[in-house]
Design a protein around this ligand. Structure first.
Ligand code: PLP
Length: 416
């Protein structure tokens, strides 16, 4: 065995030849992180689209430490509960974009999508519609990596080589309501749920066309299908309201969340369960939703979420998203020159630039590190930006200027 190859297997990467090819992040504060050599970077993607309150928040560390000393963990299966899990559920139900909501807790986004798909199918089953098993998702989209979440994900490259995916999932273009009306006779009367991100995130940063979510809602109502809004990225302020669903004025039946609920400080996800699904779950007194994750309702994780929600509220961070749109969105737009940057897209706190053919997003990302900015390639030709909501104007300007210089470096063969 080669001893210079680090044993940690990295997600979405080939094992590197040696440790020196990794960027070793050791600390962070606000919208910046620091590597082992002391170099500072603007964390332009909020780590992985989640660090909404920024790094280094003592309030969250203190809440976690206190909970650890009181009750570090106990499960919430069947008859057991704990005050932190109850409090976070209550808080989230109060914030939910639909009335009379219950909250199912998981440990991340994929588990939440998995849970929502199972909830939709079982609720249909218990409501007397066992034939409604089909889940409609969109292309492109990103919903995670477990089999239901992966099957719903509209990125063909992610699905290759993993064997048979989940049956009864059908995809339509992300912006095409008409495609939903032409799914084919084999799907008629069989739709359990439609799943959609408010703004497609890791699938490429694509906001929906005008009126799209009203169209989805109308079709779900007509078909008796549940609308699952995947808020894993857009929830907790990314679009200037608590939920993307509120930004687009739509009432979901199920909401999946993760990431921003703790700003990533500890792994938490979950599903907001609206009245229609809940009624189906409760209709049969003997029926049990046989589903749950060991760490769902983990009190220490819940304490991190509560402290994070306090910060979002007290500092009115959700109101920051439009300002990010005005500064960062406009700044990235100023890079569009038709030669190196051929487009930019996004809204509020989430943006991407599209690089010209021949410019590799990986190469620009690597060059950008040299200018003190961490952005994330999405696909081969786009770079995404989704900074902590505490990002300053000066840091956003550094993201834009750094990107301009990184592209020039790659063009000049100086880097990447
Ligand atoms: N859904 C959306 C919209 C996401 O962006 C992601 C992750 O980026 C997921 C689900 C999966 O979340 P996780 O990586 O926590 O499993």
């Amino acid at each position: 065995m080669r001893t210079d190859v680090p044993p940690l297997l990295h997600a979405y990467a080939r094992p590197a030849a040696d440790r020196s090819s990794y960027v070793d992040i050791v600390a962070g504060d606000g919208a910046e992180v620091v590597d082992a050599a002391g170099r500072r970077y603007v964390d332009a993607l909020g780590s992985l689209w989640y660090c909404n309150v920024g790094h280094g928040r003592a309030e969250i560390a203190d809440a976690v430490a206190e909970q650890m000393r009181t009750l570090e963990v106990f499960h919430t299966f069947d008859r057991f509960t704990n005050p932190a899990a109850d409090a976070v559920a209550e808080r989230l139900a109060g914030l939910a974009p639909m009335p009379d909501t219950r909250v199912f807790l998981t440990s991340g986004g994929s588990e939440s999508v998995e849970t929502a798909v199972k909830l939709a199918r079982i609720a249909q089953h218990w409501a007397g519609h066992p034939e409604r098993t089909v889940v409609v998702s969109r292309r492109p989209s990103y919903h995670g990596v477990t089999y239901a979440a992966l099957t719903a994900t509209g990125l063909a490259a992610n699905q290759q080589g993993f064997g048979p995916l989940l049956p009864d999932v059908v995809q339509v273009p992300y912006d095409d309501l008409d495609a939903l009306d032409h799914l084919g006779p084999e799907y008629e009367g069989r739709i359990a749920a439609v799943i959609a991100e408010p703004v497609v995130g890791a699938g490429g940063v694509y906001p929906p066309p005008e009126g799209y979510f009203a169209g989805l809602r109308e079709r779900c109502d007509r078909w008796g299908a549940f609308l699952i809004v995947d808020e894993v990225i857009c929830g907790f302020g990314r679009l200037g309201q608590w939920w993307g669903a509120q930004h687009f004025g739509v009432r979901p039946d199920l909401v999946t969340f993760a990431k921003g609920v703790t700003s990533g400080y500890l792994p938490l996800g979950g599903v907001l369960v609206g009245a229609a699904v809940r009624e189906a779950l409760e209709a049969d007194e003997a029926a049990v939703f046989r589903h749950g994750y060991t760490y769902g309702g983990h009190p220490t994780v819940a304490a991190a979420a509560l402290a994070n929600l306090d910060l979002l509220e007290k500092e009115d961070l959700i109101a920051r998203a439009p300002a990010i749109g005005e500064r960062l969105g406009a700044g990235l737009g100023s890079l569009v020159d038709g030669t190196d940057v051929v487009g930019h897209r996004g809204t509020q706190g989430i943006w991407a630039i599209e690089l010209a053919e021949g410019l590799s997003a990986n190469a620009v990302r690597d060059a950008l590190l040299g200018h003190g900015v961490i952005a994330r390639p999405i696909g081969t030709s786009a770079l995404a930006y989704c900074p902590p909501l505490v990002v300053t104007d000066e840091q956003m300007d550094r993201c834009v200027e750094g990107t301009r210089r990184a592209i020039a470096d790659v063009r000049a063969g100086r880097s990447g």
